[in-house]
Design a protein around this ligand. Structure first.
Ligand code: FPP
Length: 240
């Protein structure tokens, strides 16, 4: 069972277009799939679920679609936070929130506070997030430490760097899922996905349900994760 699952929820637009609906209808339907997936992860004992809700590049979409997404985030937060807290789900956001409206910034901070004592599933929403942004902000933070004389540059290695990127306090993602048929990471968690198992499905995000999630978990269970070791080392057939 994966402890941490990270998902790129792709295919909302196509789901709507195929039905002759505006793309925004796909995003609304996508919220229902988010609800189903959160519930299924909590039920199956997943510890962390990270969802890519809005990438740094999504600002380039048509204005109407961007503002619909923003109001969808706001209304979803308002309507769901209490239910999340009741279900012991802790909500966290990663990404540069300074680009969001003050209202949305407040709502996200409030939602984090309201669920901070929850000890069940941690739901991470990546909003205005980009993997390269994450790596750059980590580099900037370390550079500031060095120039302030608090850190010797020789001490910066992968371990120290990794403590500066988002989600450093959580287990790394075990399983990455992308719906919608594209086989790309699209600037999601670049640093954190180093050893993550990748799973791609043709299913469009609004069609994703607990059966699809369990199928992805079953596929994950068949993988052998070697972390750079040989298969023999892992099965203990030869001495390391
Ligand atoms: C990608 O589909 C989806 C998005 C850019 C938005 C994802 C947002 C949601 C599922 C809604 C709300 C989420 C939360 C956490 C409240 P696409 O539009 O790129 O689809 P396409 O590839 O078919 O065009």
């Amino acid at each position: 069972m994966p402890q941490h699952v990270a998902i790129v929820m792709d295919g909302n637009g196509r789901w709507a277009t195929r039905r002759g609906l505006p793309r925004t209808a796909g995003h609304r339907e996508g919220v229902k799939a988010v609800r189903r997936t959160v519930e299924a992860c909590a039920r199956l004992g997943v510890k962390v679920l990270t969802l890519f809700a809005f990438s740094s590049e999504n600002w380039r979409r048509p204005k109407g679609e961007v503002s619909l997404l923003m109001s969808l985030f706001l209304t979803t937060l308002r309507s769901e936070v209490r239910r999340l807290a009741e279900n012991n789900v802790r909500l966290r956001f990663i990404g540069d929130r300074s680009a969001f409206s003050v209202k949305l910034q407040h709502s996200t901070a409030q939602a984090e506070r309201d669920t901070s004592a929850c000890s069940g599933l941690t739901l991470v929403v990546a909003a205005n997030y980009g993997g390269r942004w994450d790596v750059a902000q980590a580099a900037r933070a370390l550079a500031q430490e060095v120039s302030a004389g608090r850190l010797a540059s020789e001490l910066i290695d992968a371990d120290r760097f990794g403590r500066q990127v988002c989600l450093a306090d959580l287990p790394e993602p075990d399983l990455f899922i992308r719906t919608g048929g594209e086989h790309r990471i699209s600037n999601f968690l670049l640093w954190q996905l180093a050893y993550t198992e990748l799973y791609f499905t043709e299913q469009l995000w609004p069609d994703f349900d607990s059966a699809a999630l369990e199928e992805a978990f079953a596929d994950f269970a068949r993988r052998q994760r070697r972390f750079g070791l040989t298969a023999e080392q892992l099965t203990g057939e030869v001495d390391a």
